[in-house]
Design a binder for this molecule. Structure first.
Ligand code: GLN
Length: 250
């Protein structure tokens, strides 16, 4: 089978807190199942041909880096939304998550345009929300999983009415420190504040994203055999315990 193609959006700008590690995990877990992953960096005025990319990834960034690239990312919005409509998967972390929504109003009150894919917007507050996070998720009906990670954001993300959060906050701040929810999911797109990086300590989500990418490529949703994820489970447990030791939401 031809390689799975990942479009990595603005990797030189949105790449804080080791978010690149997510690409490494996707590549390795794909290879362990016999798939090759080809990662293509996408920057300003990138050409995004219909059907070319099976998964798009965008990491986190400080307000400064977000301001530098937001107009150029927004200019790619129509082709990214077209790719989403055609079944491509997305993973967006923190700053990248914010810019997949309608807009991010930063701490200076400057409104950065998003690509309008996820039903949300974000407003920066004065107090940063920092610490370990634990979520309860039900990405697929009846399949409850936990996600553990680390958050560091000023943004308060407000989901549109009816939008589906990624998970319920067991410990940590989440989208806005008040709603009790974190992230957003829409079809094959996932947005979240969880750094860490996210995927090494949450292998089930890495596999879910790879399955969606393969379904986009082949038209069929594979069912992966489980991998011996002992180390990953230990990393998850350590991260979850750290979050729970915060004593609830915050
Ligand atoms: N600059 C954004 C905020 O502070 C996103 C930060 C990040 O990507 N960690 O909310």
């Amino acid at each position: 089978m031809e390689p799975l193609v990942v479009g990595h959006l603005f990797p030189d700008y949105l790449n804080i807190y080791a978010d690149r590690g997510n690409i490494a995990v996707l590549s390795r877990r794909a290879r362990w199942r016999g798939y090759q992953l080809e990662v293509r960096a996408l920057g300003a005025s990138a050409e995004i041909r219909p059907g070319e990319h099976d998964l798009f990834y965008v990491g986190g960034g400080q307000d400064r880096e977000q301001a530098l690239i937001a107009p150029e990312l927004a200019a790619l919005g129509p082709s990214l939304r077209q790719a989403f409509d055609a079944g491509a998967a997305f993973l967006a972390v923190c700053g990248g998550y914010q810019l997949l929504g309608g807009y991010y109003r930063d701490r200076n009150g400057v409104e950065l345009p998003g690509i309008g894919l996820l039903p949300l917007h974000t407003l920066a507050g004065s107090r940063r929300m920092i610490g370990d996070v634990l979520l309860e998720c039900e990405l697929e009906p009846g399949s409850k999983q936990t996600l553990a990670g680390f958050e560091n954001h000023a943004g308060r993300t407000i989901l549109d009415t009816g939008a589906k959060p990624l998970g319920r906050v067991v410990a940590g701040f989440g989208n806005d420190g008040e709603s009790g929810y974190e992230g957003c999911c829409l079809g094959r797109a996932i947005g979240t504040y969880l750094h860490g990086p996210l995927l090494p300590r949450n292998p089930w989500l890495a596999d879910w994203l790879l399955e969606q990418a393969i379904a986009h490529r082949t038209g069929d949703l594979p069912v992966f055999e489980p991998l011996p994820d002992e180390l990953e489970k230990q990393a998850h447990a350590v991260s979850a315990r750290r979050a729970e030791s915060r004593g609830g939401r915050f």
